[in-house]
Design a protein around this ligand. Structure first.
Ligand SMILES: [Zn+2]
Length: 299
């Protein structure tokens, strides 16, 4: 059985086909070309699905708040062109599918579902995916099922507040995790400290230096990890969740963030359970989104 998933992004569309165990059969990516308008983007998405052999169903991941009742993206700052477009209906029409056979879901939720299926969270029935990119995204899997809540907003760890007096956030409030631990925040924090010394703001170099020596780079990543861990500590208190998969571009630094994350977890939660908390780097990279979307086509 062939499953096809599409991951729509602001700059690129990634899509692929896998079998019912998540084994990758084929994948492709093309520029989104938002400037060409929503019709052109929908055409490209449908063409990708066709090229990959979707013949009955397809899963689609998109950034933003998803209106499940009407199959559209309600609100997405990075994808304004597609806001309000009846994506599910339009893709179904282009492919000749019934509308119910196009499954639309938030992209971070798809990535979480992908990682839990055949990535870092494989074998875990409960996990939170945290993506450290431009912002901090999250996706929650509970009892082996994607849990989005009524509006698909569950798992939004990026907007858990860890400091009510902290820096302002894009969501209109202050001191959200995103303002401390996203890749963007990490670049800002590194530059503020003039780190890494050779090339301020270079996260790859910052992580490498932190790995190599116990210097100011390691101290900064420890602080960033601690701030993320404080947010995760609230999840531990609320759900007793033990598995945290860290992805996104800055997720590559999980190994050097982990010590700080554990300090933050201890700051904001308690008990022996902290010893069994697992902090794992994501494994599927940029394939996680389409793989999770493809899995949605299975269920
Ligand atoms: Zn926020």
């Amino acid at each position: 059985m062939k499953l096809v998933g599409i991951d729509l992004g602001g700059t690129g569309i990634k899509a692929g086909a896998c079998d019912e165990t998540g084994r990758i059969l084929d994948s492709k990516s093309i520029p989104t070309g938002l400037g060409d308008g929503p019709e052109a983007v929908l055409d490209r998405m449908a063409q990708l699905a066709r090229d990959l052999g979707a013949d009955k169903r397809v899963g689609v991941g998109s950034p933003g708040l998803i209106d499940h009742a009407n199959g559209r993206v309600l609100e997405s700052p990075n994808l304004l062109t597609m806001q309000g477009v009846p994506m599910r209906r339009e893709i179904a029409r282009r492919l000749g599918f019934a509308e119910r056979d196009v499954i639309l879901e938030n992209d971070a939720n798809c990535a979480a579902f992908g990682e839990q299926w055949c990535g870092a969270g494989k074998g875990e029935s409960d996990m939170l995916l945290v993506t450290l990119g431009t912002g901090v995204g999250g996706g929650l899997v509970l009892a082996g099922k994607l849990y989005g809540g009524p509006g698909g907003m569950a798992g939004e760890i990026g907007h858990v507040c860890i400091d009510p007096d902290g820096p302002p956030c894009g969501c209109g409030r202050r001191g959200c995790v995103e303002q401390f631990a996203s890749a963007t925040a990490a670049i800002r924090r590194a530059k503020d400290k003039g780190l890494p010394r050779a090339k301020p703001g270079d996260l790859v170099q910052l992580s490498r230096l932190a790995r190599e020596a116990d210097g100011p780079e390691r101290a900064l990543l420890h602080d960033i990890g601690r701030d993320l861990g404080r947010g995760l500590g609230m999840v531990v208190c609320l759900l007793d969740l033990r598995t945290y998969v860290i992805g996104g571009g800055f997720g590559a630094a999980t190994d050097v963030l982990e010590a700080g994350i554990r300090v933050g977890l201890r700051d904001r939660s308690y008990g022996d359970r902290l010893q069994s908390v697992r902090i794992l780097p994501a494994q599927l990279g940029s394939d996680a989104g389409w793989i999770g979307a493809a899995r949605l086509a299975l269920s």
